[in-house]
Design a binder for this molecule. Structure first.
Ligand code: GTP
Ligand code: MG
Length: 268
C-alpha cells in the first residue's frame, strides 16, 4: 500500500462476485483511502476480481487470499493485523455487499477526531434499516439488548460491522486472543475496546439490505453469537477475581507476611 493513506478499509469477502468490483471502485473515489480485501477462497471468483483491481490500482488495493477454515472473525483478525502494519491513521471495517454505504466514510473519519472507535450505527435515531423484514429487525433489536444486558456494553449497535478505528487504539487491543470465528467477533472486539478504555462513539447510518448475492449466516455462527456474550462476561469475572487475589498477595507481601501461592500441601 502507498505510504501516506488517510484510511485503510478492510473488506472481508466470501462469494461477493456481484458486489466486490463496484464497492471497491466506489471506495477508490474517496481520496486517501486504500482497500484491503480479505477473501476466504470464494469459489465464485471474488478473489480474482479483487486481484484485477489490485493490479490496476497498485498501492491502493491489496488482497489477502485466505486458505484453511473460513470465518468472518478469522478473516478480520488477519485483515486488521495486516492493516496495522500499514501506516494509515484510520482503519475501517465494512461489509462488501453494499449494506454499508461508502458515502459515510467522511463522517466516520470526522467523528474519529474525538473518538478511538466510531460505529456506523443503525439504531442511534430509532431504527434506520431499508428492506429488512420485520423478523430481521426484531432479531437485531433483541440481539443488541441481549448483548448489552450480559456484557454491560453501552453502544446502541453492538453488532454493526461498519466501524472506524483510530489506528493507535486498535493497536493496543489483544487481537491475537480473539476466539470468535464468525459474527460474534464484532461483539468480542467491541468488548475488548470497552475493556481497554477506548472512547467509543456512534454515527447514524442507513443500513440497506444486501444488493445481490446471499447471506452467509449459518446456524453454527448464530449459536456462537448467543454464547459469546456469556463467555466474555465469565472471562471478565475470572480476571477480576484473579486480580483481587493478586492485590491481596501484594498487600500481604508489603506487610512482610510469608505468602505461598501453591496448594495446601506446598504450604506445609
Ligand atoms: N472473508 C470472509 N468474509 C465473510 C465470511 N462470511 C461473510 N463474509 C463477508 O462479511 C460481510 C457480511 O456478510 P453477510 O453475509 O452480508 O452478513 P450479513 O450482512 O450479516 O447478512 P445479510 O444481511 O444477509 O447480508 C460480507 O462482505 C461477506 O462477504 C467469511 O466466512 N469469510
Ligand atoms: Mg450483509
Amino acid at each position: 500500500m502507498h505510504p501516506g493513506l488517510d484510511a485503510v478499509v478492510v473488506l472481508p469477502t466470501y462469494n461477493e462476485s456481484q458486489n466486490v468490483r463496484s464497492i471497491i471502485e466506489r471506495l477508490l473515489q474517496l481520496p486517501g483511502v486504500g482497500v484491503l480485501v480479505v477473501d476466504d477462497g470464494s469459489p465464485d471468483g471474488t478473489g480474482d476480481i479483487a486481484d484485477d483491481l489490485a493490479h490496476a490500482t497498485p498501492g491502493r488495493v491489496d488482497v489477502i487470499h485466505r486458505t484453511g477454515p473460513r470465518g468472518l472473525g478469522r478473516s478480520y483478525v488477519e485483515g486488521l493485523q495486516r492493516a496495522l502494519t500499514i501506516d494509515a491513521p484510520a482503519i475501517i471495517q465494512m461489509d462488501a455487499d453494499w449494506s454499508h454505504d461508502p458515502a459515510y466514510v467522511p463522517s466516520l473519519l470526522e467523528a474519529l477526531e474525538t473518538h478511538d472507535l466510531v460505529i456506523g450505527s443503525r439504531y442511534v435515531q430509532g431504527v434506520s434499516v431499508v428492506n429488512w423484514p420485520l423478523r430481521r429487525i426484531l432479531l437485531s433489536a433483541f440481539a443488541n439488548r441481549y448483548i448489552r444486558g450480559i456484557t454491560g456494553l453501552r453502544a446502541h449497535d453492538c453488532t454493526s460491522g461498519y466501524r472506524c478505528w483510530r489506528r493507535t487504539a486498535l493497536a493496543r487491543l489483544p487481537l491475537h486472543s480473539v476466539r470468535s470465528e464468525g459474527y460474534a467477533f464484532l461483539v468480542e472486539l467491541l468488548f475488548q475496546a470497552h475493556a481497554n478504555g477506548c472512547h467509543i462513539g456512534e454515527v447514524p447510518i442507513i443500513f440497506i439490505e444486501r444488493r445481490a448475492g446471499a447471506s452467509k449466516i449459518s446456524r453454527r455462527v448464530l449459536l456462537e453469537s448467543l454464547a459469546t456474550p456469556w463467555r466474555l462476561r465469565v472471562q471478565r469475572a475470572a480476571r477480576r477475581i484473579g486480580s483481587t487475589f493478586r492485590r491481596a498477595d501484594d498487600v500481604a507481601r508489603a506487610n512482610g507476611a510469608r505468602v505461598t501461592t501453591g496448594t495446601v500441601n506446598d504450604a506445609g
